[in-house]
Design a protein around this ligand. Structure first.
Ligand SMILES: Cc1cc2nc3c(=O)[nH]c(=O)nc-3n(C[C@H](O)[C@H](O)[C@H](O)COP(=O)(O)OP(=O)(O)OC[C@H]3O[C@@H](n4cnc5c(N)ncnc54)[C@H](O)[C@@H]3O)c2cc1C
Ligand code: FES
Length: 228
């Protein structure tokens, strides 16, 4: 979905927006995939239709006006990475990796990308990442495209930092490999949200540095603070 409007509140890759949908009480949080900053900027979102809200989004006509809260969450810190960060996206965790990859390239880093899916039919945004000129490895659990297995099968290359977004079982597996290698990283969490900007405490979770609100203090947590 490409939206047009004021995107000046978006300052970092990995931030998200909250979309109000007519007829739905709660807004739907979706990660910023890519954006052009400006009063008349653009915002690209990629979402999977999983329930009534995203289903309704998928039926919207071009030209529909939406009420969107932008620039939410802390986003990824590109200064945290060393020279060769590895970006790992799993399923709907892939979109924020795209804006992050562009930001890391602009910061002079040499990112490589691993995109993990269940099967070839689910693979998306591979060509767009390749067009950025970065090494891209696709893994599919059933082996129908790229490397057979999970994203961790593609973690034996040369990297000194990891950024990741995806489902929790993938996070735990990635975390374990990072522990073994003594490498740090940033993890972007998905949590059910109500307000999305830090006031309802509905998304609070425990970290080694105390309770944090995933919507406001996250969604990105550094490896060292995560408690599973
Ligand atoms: C920070 C963040 C970024 C996200 N980025 C993306 C993205 O880029 N692309 C994408 O496809 N999906 C993304 N999601 C997941 C997306 O928000 C849910 O798939 C969506 O809200 C489902 O709404 P629904 O009405 O279709 O489903 P329903 O299951 O009918 O939703 C019912 C309620 O549960 C909430 N909910 C359901 N699933 C999730 C979920 N996984 N995470 C959080 N809330 C959920 C809904 O927002 C809604 O309030 C993100 C979630 C978070 C928290
Ligand atoms: S969703 Fe309200 S504080 Fe996070």
């Amino acid at each position: 979905m490409r939206l047009g409007g004021d995107t000046r509140a978006i300052t970092k890759p990995g931030q998200f927006v909250q979309i109000a949908l007519p007829g739905f009480y709660l807004r739907r949080p979706i990660s910023v995939c890519d954006w052009q900053m400006g009063e008349n900027g653009t915002l690209d979102l990629i979402y999977k239709a999983v329930g009534a809200g995203t289903e309704a989004m998928s039926r919207m006509e071009t030209g529909t006006k939406l009420d969107v809260l932008t620039g939410l969450g802390n986003g990824f810190d590109v200064t945290g990475a060393d020279e060769k960060p590895l970006l790992i996206g799993g399923g709907v965790g892939v979109p924020p990796m795209y804006g992050l990859c562009k930001a890391l390239l602009a910061a002079g880093k040499q990112p490589s990308v691993v995109l993990g899916f269940n099967t070839a039919d689910e693979v998306f945004w591979k060509d767009e990442f390749e067009a950025l000129g970065v090494p891209v490895t696709v893994t599919t659990a059933d082996g129908t495209m790229g490397m057979k297995g999970f994203v961790t099968s593609a973690m034996d290359g040369d990297f000194d930092y990891v950024y990741t977004c995806g489902p929790e079982p993938m996070f735990k597996a990635v975390y374990k490999v990072l522990d073994e290698k003594g490498v740090s990283g940033q993890f972007s969490f998905e949590e059910r949200m109500a307000c999305g900007f830090g006031v309802c405490m509905g998304c609070s979770c425990k970290t080694k540095y105390g309770n944090k609100r995933i919507c406001k203090d996250g969604p990105v947590l550094v490896k060292e603070e995560i408690i599973w």
